[in-house]
Design a protein around this ligand. Structure first.
Ligand code: ADP
Length: 458
């Protein structure tokens, strides 16, 4: 079965508009849904029959033995682990109800919630199915209707299937999408255009030339620690940006969940961020909005690749929207930006200041400037460079604290530059640099390996 067949349903109505049974059964020969593989299994499966059994046994419709699972995962899969079936409540019903029945010993999870042996749940578009443990995510279920890419501009509809929402940010929503050919996952950022900028002028997102200029710059950037922009589609109402997907979440969440990072772990992450920002600065680009929310991790492991995102996008926002973000919680904003209300000229040194705040956060789980200070406003603390190292820093090396001090220097002229940060003794750690190099090499090898052939169906 080829892709086209999967995505187009035959017309089931005759000239009188009456649905006839034979045609209905023909319609039901084509796929009504798809199981998109997650990283542990090898193939996607188009759902054509009314029922599918999934498990270790060779007699299952979807035999996980054939999916090249690691042995330790295969060992926790039941012979028949779960069943997926669809039922039409009546013959004229357009959409089937899809059930997942848990037939396993260890359990089947839908969206990380246990179904329970012998029980069944209704499976909905974008539900994630895990086997035996919530982390062993095998498939994402999608209905054919969703695979049609409804809501996307036609140029993207042909290429991608849209899946669940990954998050919502200041600019808009970010969705998980799958490329229909190659089955690669990406993140798609959708930015809804506003008719006017907050100052009444033309909004930068409504200026196609401005968008395309930025895009040219952003697309040309290639660095292992910078989120790659695959493509951008500009429509009258929305700008769609297809980005490399990062599956380990934001640095912000990582710090929060661990309370603070060990010095070793912080160094491994921070060095990669420095490599990215160094590259941006060398390319003549200032990020302007560096914060732990814009630093994304490739995996849940401690030793993970890190990438900086959202660079340059700030230029597509009007300055007032930008200032709102800054002034909402200017936790990472350099003093010179606050002093000029965001309107003055400032240099790439603003990024170094933000990096100083980020390193402080990584190592302590706290921010250097206190929002709840009763006497001195947050802005004043930043402008005066008022912060200290509380007891949580007692076990942190002097080198790390020295680097923070050099970055959190109020005078941008005296603040350390990104090239000098790279040479700072805290980051001259051979073992850490070798680990980063091998992470970068592995990611490069993975990306350059020939894309596995797509196989629809069994
Ligand atoms: P903001 O504009 O406020 O920085 P974003 O729009 O960049 O926020 O991101 C919104 C959400 O989408 C965040 O939770 C972020 O983790 C997620 N996200 C953004 N880009 C990616 C990506 N490339 N891969 C995975 N998740 C992403």
């Amino acid at each position: 079965m080829n892709n086209e067949e999967v995505l187009t349903l035959p017309d089931t109505q005759n000239a009188d508009g009456v649905v006839i049974t034979q045609e209905v059964s023909q319609q039901r020969q084509v796929a009504w849904g798809r199981l998109w593989r997650n990283k542990y299994v090898q193939n996607n499966v188009d759902l054509i029959k009314d029922e599918y059994t999934v498990g270790r046994s060779a007699s299952c419709d979807i035999c996980l033995m054939k999916q090249k699972l690691k042995l330790q995962l295969l060992n926790i899969v039941s012979k028949v682990h779960f069943k997926i079936s669809r039922t039409y409540l009546s013959d004229c019903e357009e959409d089937p109800i899809v059930y997942l029945e848990d037939c396993s010993h260890n359990g089947t999870y839908v969206n990380k919630t246990l179904v329970g042996s012998g029980k069944r749940v209704v499976l909905e578009n974008n539900d994630v199915i895990s086997i035996s443990i919530p982390g062993f995510t095998a498939y994402t279920f999608m209905t054919t209707k969703a695979l049609d890419g409804s809501g996307l501009p036609s140029v993207l509809k042909h290429k991608y299937a849209i899946s669940r929402t990954l998050g919502t940010g200041a600019c808009g929503t970010v969705k998980l999408i799958f490329s229909k050919i190659g089955c690669k996952k990406y993140a798609m950022k959708m930015i809804t255009k506003k008719s006017q900028a907050s100052n009444g002028g033309k909004h930068p997102l409504n200026d196609p030339e401005k968008i395309m200029n930025e895009v040219r710059i952003l697309k040309a950037l290639k660095h292992p620690c910078i989120i790659r922009m695959e493509e951008i589609v500009d429509t009258p109402s929305t700008v769609y940006i297809i980005l490399e997907l990062m599956e380990g979440g934001e640095l912000f969440e990582r710090i929060r969940s661990k309370q603070r990072l060990s010095e070793k772990c912080a160094k491994l992450i921070f060095y990669q961020v420095i490599l990215a920002v160094h590259y941006l600065h060398e390319s003549g680009i200032t990020h302007r909005d560096l914060k732990p929310e814009n630093i994304l991790l490739a995996s849940d492991d401690d030793v993970t690749l890190v990438k900086v995102s959202d660079f340059g996008l700030s230029k597509l926002l009007d300055s007032e929207t930008m200032m709102k973000t800054f002034c909402g919680t200017p936790m990472y904003v350099a003093p010179e930006i606050l002093l000029t209300g965001g309107k003055g000229a400032y240099t790439k040194q603003v990024d170094v200041w933000s990096l100083g705040v980020i390193l402080y956060c990584c190592l302590s789980g706290r921010v250097p400037f206190n929002m709840h200070h009763s006497k001195i406003s947050l802005q004043d603390q930043i402008v005066r460079g008022m912060y200290n190292f509380p007891p949580v820093f007692d076990h942190i090396s002097e080198n790390a604290k020295d680097l923070i001090r050099s970055m959190l220097t109020v005078n941008p002229g005296k603040r350390i530059t990104i090239s000098k940060v790279l040479l700072h003794p805290w980051l001259r750690d051979r073992e850490m640099r070798e680990t980063v190099n091998s992470l970068i090499r592995e990611a490069h090898d993975e990306n350059s390996s020939p894309t596995s052939r797509i196989r629809y169906g069994q």
